[in-house]
Write a protein that binds this ligand. Structure first.
Ligand code: NZQ
Ligand code: ZN
Length: 392
């Protein structure tokens, strides 16, 4: 551990089957005007909406709604929500949904009192808010992003074909509280469940695959990955297994609540590649990551060989005896590939709707990060996308 860092995570979590009751503890801390934010209707089908509305009413809240927040929330939708929150003079934004709804609530929070265009300020110039922001609370229904306990907010601009995430520097942008009931995730379609599982796994990888130092964060990451592999196999066989789903939910939160990034430079290139694919295809986030991961990791493996060897042995139980570092590292990636296929993840970007004609644009839309084992050149990015197009 060589880094100098700060660590503060102020999000209060309520976990478990009875966690929604704690809305009664949280709501009195805020003013009367609440904006309830949710997606395309899953919470109405599974009854969460009714339960949340009942508790809001019992607490005397004056509620306005922003509904129809889509997966990969758009800039146009952000503008719409900002108007609703302004008109309602919101005291609290209550997000009920997955990462898209939670991210969106944070984007509204920093935009309501912002006099400039939020896209230009936060997603082009990457500035921090200078205005008052609104508190966000979150009732999580889809597991994967870690948005319930971080300051990230990803927005897609369809006009410019860009999908960009801003991780705000100020921890006050993190949700003030989050309700995590694993039972809420049981109605997720299998596709969303496994997509979320891969998102979690990749968040850990993005932080793990950087640095050469001996770092406590890497040992925590290996433990989280092992737990996730175990629980994901159980959940894949039996999605109704509450114990597995609860472990997956908890792992997701720890995978991206800033802890395992401490003392590390972090990579995040899989997310940059995946997000650019997402901007062109609107594909499900975790699947975009799955589809580009193996070509990317095979490309950078020689530059971070020691860590890929460690990953193979400590996460995938590859027996190193009598093998070269390259062989061990490659066996680790093969084990990862077979786990991905076992879950039924999408393994190439063609199946997500990417076409040959899009590749130049997707390449240009990929932000290049510098914290991993290899800073990619443009032609390397294009080559990784070409590899990612291939179907077996
Ligand atoms: O809209 P509804 O009808 O609610 O349906 C949603 C949506 O279609 C459905 N769903 C959610 N909970 C459900 C459910 N269906 C049945 N039962 C339930 N309990 O699932 C679909 C996907 O939801 P979404 O919120 O889009 O998924 P996810 O949590 O994966 O969020 C994806 C967004 O988060 C961003 C992604 O880029 C993407 O925009 N990310 C945010 C991050 C962060 N804040 O740190 C990091 C991530 O890397 C990621 O980039
Ligand atoms: Zn992600």
């Amino acid at each position: 551990m060589l880094g100098n860092f700060e660590y503060c995570n102020p999000t209060k979590l309520y976990f478990g089957e009875d966690s929604l009751d704690y809305l009664n503890t949280e709501l009195p801390k805020y003013g009367a005007n609440v904006v309830l934010i949710y997606g395309g209707g899953s919470i109405k089908k599974n009854g969460i909406y009714d339960d949340v509305c009942r508790i809001l009413k019992e607490n005397g809240k004056n509620v306005a709604e922003i509904s129809g927040v889509m997966p990969n929330p758009t800039l146009a939708k952000l503008y719409e929500g900002v108007e609703i929150a302004r008109n309602h003079q919101a005291d609290l934004l209550l997000a009920v949904g997955g990462g898209s709804v939670c991210d969106y609530a944070k984007a509204v929070s920093v935009s309501v009192n912002c006099e400039e265009d939020p896209w230009e300020k936060y997603y082009v110039r990457f500035e921090e808010p200078e205005c008052e922001t609104l508190p966000v609370g979150c009732v999580l229904t889809m597991v994967g992003t870690g948005s319930e306990m971080n300051a990230g907010a990803v927005i897609t601009n369809h006009e410019t074909k860009q999908k960009i995430g801003h991780v705000f520097a100020d921890e006050k942008i993190m949700p003030r509280f989050a309700v995590l009931n694993p039972g809420y995730t049981l109605t997720l379609p299998h596709y969303q469940m496994v997509s979320g599982i891969y998102d979690i796994f990749n968040h850990i990888c993005e932080q793990y695959f950087s640095g050469e130092d001996d770092n406590t964060s890497d040992y925590i990451s290996e433990g989280l990955m092992r737990s996730l592999l175990h629980s994901s196999r159980i959940a894949n066989q039996n999605p109704q297994d509450y114990e597995a789903r609860s472990n997956i939910m908890w792992t997701a939160t720890w995978a991206l609540n800033t802890l395992v990034a401490k003392g590390k430079t972090t990579d995040w290139m899989v997310h940059m590649l995946g997000q650019s694919v997402g901007a062109y295809t609107n594909a499900t986030h975790g699947m975009t990551l799955a589809a580009v991961s193996l070509p990317y990791y095979r490309h950078i493996m020689p530059y971070g060989l020691k860590k890929f060897r460690r990953f193979a042995v400590n996460v995938w139980d590859i027996d190193p005896a009598g093998k070269s570092d390259e062989q061990i590292a490659e066996e680790g990636l093969k084990a990862m590939e077979s786990w991905m296929k076992e879950l039924g993840l999408v393994m190439n970007i063609s199946d997500l709707g990417a076409t040959e004609e899009m590749l130049e644009g997707i390449t240009d839309g990929t932000l290049v990060m510098t914290g991993g084992y290899k800073v990619l050149e443009r032609d390397e990015i294009l080559q990784i996308f070409r590899e990612s197009m291939k179907k077996e």
